[in-house]
Design a binder for this molecule. Structure first.
Ligand code: GTP
Ligand code: MG
Ligand code: ZN
Length: 377
């Protein structure tokens, strides 16, 4: 079971201590400012309404999580028992019910969206964030720009059903903006905004993505300017930033932990470390949406099970030969489809192994209890 409350702090510590502009203003509903919606309210029983209060997970540490609610921010300890399965564990953005008296988490509310990736090393999944409404996929107008990586992020975000925008930072350091727009021509439904993340006027179009009570996640490689964007949107230095390596434009992994920040205007921003690996699993819908044009072409292939390799009448290969479809894009689609299928198999196997192990432990415990009660008689 989870253990005791460690400390209690005034409401919205991050914003309140970081600058006058941050945090919700007095009189506003603090829970709504934290992203509370009818979807979560509807999950509470009458009993829970009386005994518990809802809090949002702002940051997760090894055994302790930082939460925020009507009473302000506090740290609570969470131990394994309450959330056994890796996917059940609270992640940044989750809503928990805390018992008003004991300050212990009673349960986690169902999520409106969830990002997860294959854990580095390929065993099991790792949660990235929950209950995110909108996402900025951040890339830079330099060596970092990589369409295949953007497509990977898009599949993840669309699988979760979030609204998404691609932000190209460091537009002030590049003369050739057109090459980036041209490279993105297949992504007709993807809003693209070029910015100087250090300039408040330049990032103004992004404010629509983090309105009051909306949760906006910033995802992208290290050094692209996620924390810089966060600070500019917040109007104050909430997160540390640092320069990138000049030779290859790579970042220095300045942000170490995911954390949610409440900012002026009421939105919540999720800053995350640049991820080196973003292995996809259970992302079939997200992939199909990201590569909808290839899916449409595939329907015109002569054979329903066309692998788009050497079959006659293959509309996908025809589009590639005529220059309508990039070879890179087709290659990436194949690669991500194979990756999702492989990771799904691994996860199914891991779950089956976990279930078998759980059954084994329960049967050992059952035998031990039976033996003990036999001895007691
Ligand atoms: N000129 C210019 N510099 C930028 C821009 N965006 C970010 N930078 C600089 O790029 C460097 C890296 O920015 P960060 O915000 O630390 O990058 P990050 O994405 O948070 O990186 P990690 O925390 O390592 O994942 C800093 O020196 C920023 O000042 C931009 O649009 N224009
Ligand atoms: Mg950062
Ligand atoms: Zn085909």
């Amino acid at each position: 079971m989870s253990k005791s409350l460690i400390s209690r702090r005034p409401a919205f510590r991050r914003g309140a201590t970081s600058g006058a502009q941050s945090g919700p203003s007095a009189g506003e509903n603090p829970l709504r400012q934290l992203g509370w919606k009818p979807f979560f309210q509807q999950q509470l029983s009458l009993e829970e309404l009386g005994d518990c209060e809802a809090v949002r997970v702002m940051a997760v540490h090894r055994s302790q999580i930082e939460v925020a609610g009507e009473q302000g921010e506090e740290s609570v300890l969470v131990s394994g028992g309450l959330f056994e399965d890796a996917e059940e564990k609270p992640t940044v953005g989750d809503w928990l019910l805390l018992n008003r008296a004991t300050r212990k988490p009673e349960r986690r509310l169902e999520r409106s969206s969830l990002f997860r990736r294959m854990a580095p090393g390929g065993q099991g999944v790792q949660l990235i964030a929950a209950n995110v409404d909108n996402v900025l996929i951040v890339s830079s107008c330099n060596h970092d720009f990589n369409l295949s990586r953007v497509e990977r992020y898009l599949a993840l975000v669309r699988e979760a059903g979030c609204r998404v925008c691609l932000v190209l930072t460091k537009a002030d350091l590049s003369d050739d903006h057109e090459q980036y727009r041209e490279a993105l021509r297949h992504h007709r439904d993807l809003p693209v905004v070029l910015v100087n993340a250090l300039d408040t006027d330049s990032i103004a179009p992004l404010r629509d993505w983090c309105g009051p009570g909306e949760t906006l996640a910033l995802l992208g490689s290290s050094g692209v300017g996620k924390s810089t964007l966060l600070n500019s949107l917040a109007g104050t230095e909430l997160a540390a930033t640092s320069g990138i390596r000049e030779d290859d434009s790579k970042g220095r992994h300045t942000t170490r932990h995911r954390a949610l920040y409440s900012i002026s205007g009421g939105g919540l921003l999720l800053d995350s470390p640049g991820m080196r690996e973003l292995g996809l699993a259970n992302a079939e819908h997200g992939l199909a949406e990201t590569f909808a044009d290839i899916g449409e072409l595939a329907q015109q292939c002569r054979f329903a099970d066309c692998a788009h390799e050497s079959e006659p009448g293959c509309a996908v290969r025809q589009a590639m030969e005529s220059g309508e479809l990039d070879e890179r894009r087709l290659h990436n689609w194949h690669k991500l489809e194979r990756e999702v299928a492989r990771n799904n198999r691994t996860l199914a196997q891991t779950r089956a192994d976990d279930r078998a192990l759980g059954q084994f432990y329960r049967s050992v415990q059952g035998h031990a209890r039976a033996r003990k009660s036999g001895e007691d008689e």
